[in-house]
Design a protein around this ligand. Structure first.
Ligand code: SAM
Length: 245
């Protein structure tokens, strides 16, 4: 039993931050430098992957363009298969691995296989967006809470089971992840629940990267600006009085 456990490798689940390699934690950098196999998403920038040893096997498990993404169960199986072969497997995700990253399913699969998992947090894109905009997301004059929400449910549509009234809180800062296609219906719902049309709203693409782009607007006009801009990269939308502070 002990001999078998010794043969097992291990899994590290790490956040690569929003893209700028300087925003990696030292611990994530050390994990990248010692990994034998790296399973990475599309949001992990090439500059970060370049920090891995040349001999480390890199496996892309993200979504390619509009094509189908690899199934989560297949990613879980790959993690377990490589760790069972005695390797140090690094699952590298954009931002923080525990925020909208399906980490729960990977942790459960590793535990079920008896494999040790270490988690290394990362700078989530919402934090980097606050820095890029030079605003305090919890400015005490304007925000009583900070809420991270997803624009996608499992089917890719805007979730319908939000507490909409709570989301429309005028003293909250709301950060919408995966906001590109769902921000228009989300903004319409918030306005319908009484959030003022002139509430500041900002879209940020590729935060922390040289291609970073910021679109300023309001809850009323940002949906159209976003549609017209047709941004090619990942986009977050931040809503609330604090982001104009
Ligand atoms: C599956 S979620 C992963 C979130 C990630 N775990 C994090 O903590 O930032 C993907 C979404 O995160 C946001 N995102 C991640 N990196 C980003 C970046 N560099 N710039 C803008 N948005 C980003 C976008 O909303 C994107 O659609």
């Amino acid at each position: 039993m002990l001999a078998e456990a010794n043969k097992l490798g291990r899994i590290t689940l790490a956040g690569a931050g929003p893209g700028d390699p300087d925003l990696l934690t030292l611990k994530a950098l050390r994990a990248i430098q010692s990994a034998e196999v790296i399973l990475h998403d599309a949001l992990v920038s090439p500059a970060i992957l370049a920090l891995a040893p040349p001999e480390a096997e890199r496996i892309f498990v993200g979504k390619k363009g509009h094509g189908p993404s690899i199934r989560q169960t297949d990613i879980n199986a790959l993690l377990v298969q490589h760790a069972r072969a005695g390797r140090h497997v690094l699952r590298l995700k954009g931002g923080d691995p525990l925020i909208f990253g399906r980490a729960g399913e990977e942790i459960a699969a590793a535990k079920a296989a008896g494999i040790t998992v270490e988690i290394i947090p990362g700078v989530t894109s919402a934090q980097a967006a606050g820095a890029a905009l030079s605003v305090s997301l919890t400015h005490r004059d304007f925000a009583r809470r900070l809420q991270f929400v997803t624009g996608h449910d499992r089917t890719g549509a805007l979730p319908q089971d939000f507490d909409w009234q709570a989301l429309a809180d005028p003293v909250a800062t709301t950060v919408v992840y995966m906001a590109k296609s769902s921000f228009a219906p989300l903004a319409a719902m918030l306005r319908g629940k009484g959030l003022a049309d002139d509430t500041p709203a900002v879209a940020v693409m590729d935060v922390s990267l040289p291609s970073q782009l910021v679109l300023h607007g309001t809850l009323a006009d940002l949906p159209q600006r976003l549609r017209e801009a047709n941004l090619p990269g990942p986009v977050l939308v931040l809503i609330g009085r604090a982001i104009k502070s």
